[in-house]
Design a binder for this molecule. Structure first.
Ligand code: 7RM
Length: 652
């Protein structure tokens, strides 16, 4: 193990395996050679404004051309100022004009098994009609529309309709509580609420409208509510406030020209929890975000017109915004969209759908992959997954163990895996392998995309040496970057630009290895400091997860008189029973994998780990539990409160 320098983070993970793309994959790829990739990166580095200006010109439709590529004032950035464009136009009209109106835009499958298919022309028609519906309720440029809907085509239609008329959408994941909706509505000053009667989840109906009714009692700015009929459950409709989607649509005209909007017009707000304190509404601007998601979708997924692409995220998260709706549709891609749970009616639902629809690209989260491993290989083995050609991950670091399973079981050892690192704030993917070029290493997001300039700094803001961990920052602006926090610009400046002047602070730690590959080491706040050695959560966790009996693990620091912090690990097991023997075995395992320094003082067995609704482990809560404290701070993003209650009552 290398000795950490001051304020840096020790690297204790050894992962030497290397997986180059097959010659066949590279030969057919959009970017298939190192030279091609290097040339792009070099151009972006030498002349960023020329590079982005050219792409902006080529890839987006302009009602009025931009007069400049980038304008910067302090930590405020404008991309393509002076120009007028429309993101919905770029996603729909532009593809239709290019002769692809009859291409399928969305193949949708509901949890009960019902399906629908929309061509680009069909989607355009629905979007125009719904845009007219919004207009008829008085929604105009700059108004905020709050969306709390199931994963149905109408969710995408609603987002695109907002974009078409210059309204700003705020999508709230349809699992949040009434209080969480109201908080977000009030912060955003939303004027209209979109929802549905209910949605299907594991065979049951979740009554969304009921939750919205409660939320609207505390959402003073919301005057109107449109309700999609989906689950046919009984709902109460408030006259004058509530309208049925299908009734308004029946009367809506089909003609709705896209509004020419400033490049910098807000496209959407998306609330993200932040580790403490109140949720922040991340602002994204039309043109830059559009270009970023379009380019990164092509580069990272090597997208081709005959691909059937599936991103399993919900549109309530940035991944759904960028890689279900805006990125793929602006390319003219065919997107598969699924409403429900991965284990309904059985744990093979994903594989069954991939086989039946012959999907070619799968983009999912490590948390889902770990669940599939726990559920057992028999559910995968039943299905022919040979249509797949590319796999992706997002949301957390992937433990090498899970990576190898994904590679072997799902990819049949032939599909490249793109481990994509990015954030709500970055708008789209920042670091990822290019599948036709990069030899991948399990657990590494490899290298930066063209125009992305990462730097890793220690506490004194000096670049760290290779192998050492430090704060990951981005040195140069990129078109997809956030433009602010809704209603709180000081918080934006403070959080992202104050600590490291002139660079965007990601809040993650990372290290770079001898080959120039990046390894994300987790959130800065999650670092464990044992006797002055700073350890990354993912490295300790990956060592534990590499034991056969472990399904999932979360490592946190807890106060220790002697060492400053001691390591506590929460472990859920697979194919084994929790026991004192297993506990000792796991400690031995870590000693062997990493060394004595990283051996956990506490190992606590648990059925489940507390996660956000998008599947990230909430280590902040585990830290409190490990320290024997009351858990404090916002728990509105927690997926299952009972997991927390159980952990608390299991205190040893
Ligand atoms: C897209 C998304 C962002 C945070 C980010 C990281 C973590 C995301 C990876 C990852 C390691 C990855 N947006 N993260 N992707 N860590 N490897 N490939 O997840 O705003 O919800 O979260 O997620 O900590 O800062 S997000």
């Amino acid at each position: 193990m290398s000795q950490p320098e001051t304020g840096q983070i020790a690297n204790v993970m050894q992962e030497e395996r290397l997986f180059p793309p097959s010659e066949e994959f590279s030969a057919a790829a959009r970017i298939g050679s190192r030279e091609q990739y290097d040339a792009l990166c070099e151009r972006a580095k030498q002349d960023p404004e020329g590079f982005w200006g050219e792409l902006g010109q080529q890839e987006l439709h302009w009602f009025e051309p931009f007069t400049k590529v980038l304008e910067q004032q302090g930590s405020d950035f404008s991309w393509f100022p002076g120009g007028k464009t429309n993101v919905c136009y770029n996603c729909l009209d532009a593809n239709i004009e290019a002769g692809n109106g009859d291409r399928t835009a969305i193949i949708w499958e509901g949890e009960p098994g019902d399906t629908r298919t929309l061509t680009y022309l069909g989607l355009h028609r629905e979007v125009c009609k719904f845009a007219n519906v919004l207009k008829s309720l008085g929604v105009g440029v700059g108004d905020v529309v709050s969306i709390y809907m199931p994963m149905t085509p109408e969710l995408a239609i609603a987002m695109l309709a907002c974009a078409r008329i210059g309204a700003i959408h705020s999508v709230i994941f349809a699992g949040f509580s009434a209080g969480a909706i109201a908080d977000r509505n009030n912060d955003a000053k939303a004027v209209v609420q979109l929802t549905s009667d209910g949605l299907f989840r594991r065979g049951k109906v979740l009554p969304l409208k009921e939750t919205v009714d409660e939320a609207l009692e505390q959402s003073a700015t919301v005057g109107k509510c449109i309700v999609l009929r989906r689950a046919e459950n009984e709902v109460s409709m408030t006259p004058g406030r509530d309208f049925w989607w299908h009734e308004l649509m029946a009367e809506a005209a089909e003609d709705c020209p896209a509004e020419p909007l400033d490049s910098e017009a807000d496209l959407f707000i998306l609330y993200t929890s932040g580790s403490t304190g109140k949720p922040k509404g991340i602002r994204h601007a039309a043109a830059g975000y559009n270009l970023w998601t379009k380019m990164t979708f092509q580069w990272v997924f090597d997208w081709r017109p005959d691909d059937l692409y599936w991103c399993t995220a919900d549109c309530g998260w940035i991944t759904g915004h960028s890689y279900i709706v805006y990125g793929p549709l602006s390319c003219g891609a065919t997107v598969f969209m699924y409403e429900g749970a991965p284990n309904h009616p059985a744990p093979d639902r994903f594989w069954e759908m991939i086989e039946r629809h012959k999907l070619t690209i799968l983009y999912t989260a490590p948390t889902a992959i770990r669940a599939f491993i726990k559920w057992g290989d028999e559910h995968v083995d039943k299905h022919d997954l040979s249509s797949l050609r590319l796999l992706g991950t997002v949301g957390e670091g992937i433990n090498p163990e899970a990576w190898i399973w994904y590679h072997e079981k799902i990819g049949n050892k032939k599909c490249p895996i793109v481990d994509t690192w990015w954030q709500t704030e970055t708008g789209g993917i920042m670091m990822s392998p290019l599948p036709g070029v990069t030899a991948t290493k399990p657990g590494s997001c490899t290298t930066a995309l063209p125009g992305v300039v990462p730097v890793i700094l220690d506490e004194s803001l000096m670049p760290v040496s290779p192998g050492q961990g430090g704060m990951l920052c981005i040195d140069k602006p990129w078109p997809g970057m956030l433009r602010g926090i809704w209603g709180d610009h000081d918080r934006y400046l403070d959080q992202y630009w104050a600590k490291v002047p002139g660079k965007y602070l990601t809040g993650d730690n990372a290290r770079i290895d001898q080959d120039g590959y990046y390894w994300i080491m987790g959130r800065i706040d999650d670092v464990i400091n044992v006797s002055g050695h700073r350890l990354s959560t993912i490295e300790v966790e990956s060592a534990i997860v590499s034991h056969d009996s472990v399904a999932e693990a979360a490592a946190v620091g807890r106060p220790d008189d002697l060492k400053g912090q001691a390591i506590a690990v929460f472990v859920s097991v697979k194919g084994a029973e929790p026991s004192e023997e297993l506990r000792q075995e796991l400690k031995q395992h870590v000693r062997k994998e990493i060394g004595a320094l990283a051996v956990p003082d506490d190992i606590r067995f648990t059925d489940a780990l507390p996660k956000t609704r998008s599947g990230k482990i909430m280590r902040r809560l585990l830290r409190d539990i490990a320290a024997g404290k009351e858990t404090a701070g916002d728990t509105s993003t927690l997926e299952d409160l009972s997991v927390l209650a159980k952990l608390q009552s299991n205190q040893e």
